[in-house]
Design a protein around this ligand. Sequence first.
Ligand code: KMH
Ligand code: ZN
Length: 294
Amino acid sequence: MTATIITCALTGAQQGKSANPALPEQPNEIVAQGLEAWRAGAAILHLHARDKAGKPTSDIGVVRQIVEGLRAAGCDAVLNISTGGAVAGLPLEQRIRVVPEFKPEIASFSVGGGSLLGRFDDAAHAWMGDRFVPLFSSHAEMERVAGIFRANGTRPELEVYHSGMLNNIAALKARGVLEEPLLVNIVMGIPGECTKATVKNLLFLVEGLPEGSQWLVSAIGAANHFRMLGAVLAMGGHIRVGMEDNVYIARGELAKSNAQIVGKAVRLVRELGGEPATAAETRRILNLSGGNAT
Ligand code: KMH
Ligand code: ZN
């Protein structure tokens, strides 16, 4: 049985300390929790940066502090640097600079856009957070950016929010711009244009992936986060946990750290007969160069 790759998504571009005071925002916090999460069993660290006020930023200097802090401490986890942050209004050209700048082994690549966040607030009688999130806005733009990833030896982690994005993956694959094996992050549980976190939906999406794809699931929100892991493991997928996606360790109990969340995922993997992949195994499974990468 292939080892299970555990990704820890430490921070994200949305929630802050008001959701959980332990959510790491500043570089030193992210480095400290990244090291703990890696030691707890995470083979990939998915990284977002925040500015001094805790707001999402694509500032290269801040990202560098995180990357260099982790590497200086001897962390050999695979780094997956986010090009996301569109939810916070960061423009695409700024968001993708991390790829040529750091040549990370992995960076996120949302395969389209969507109205991901709007929800109607009855008390306010108004739509809240309602707008189209222009992660990527056209096939030509996605192809151009895929070329930047290839030119820098960075594997795109293809973020799939709904099944329509499978068509975009197929179109990019047909254009020959995606390195094999594809790495697909099936995002589930966001209100709006995103797949509901059910086993039936997961099976449908996984069956729609190109042959040989490696895939993981980001189950967003406390009600979905750990519940979906059993299905993912039974289907031979990889997992993602962490405060970007869920700030609770159990019903009504805030997590003390990302490492605590990773520890619970490791226990679940082992209880179900699996074994977390090491960083070295992860590079082999995903055929990552690990060469000049950050
Ligand atoms: N925010 C997650 C739902 C990214 O950073 O580019 C997906 C994600 C995408 O982590
Ligand atoms: Zn992210």
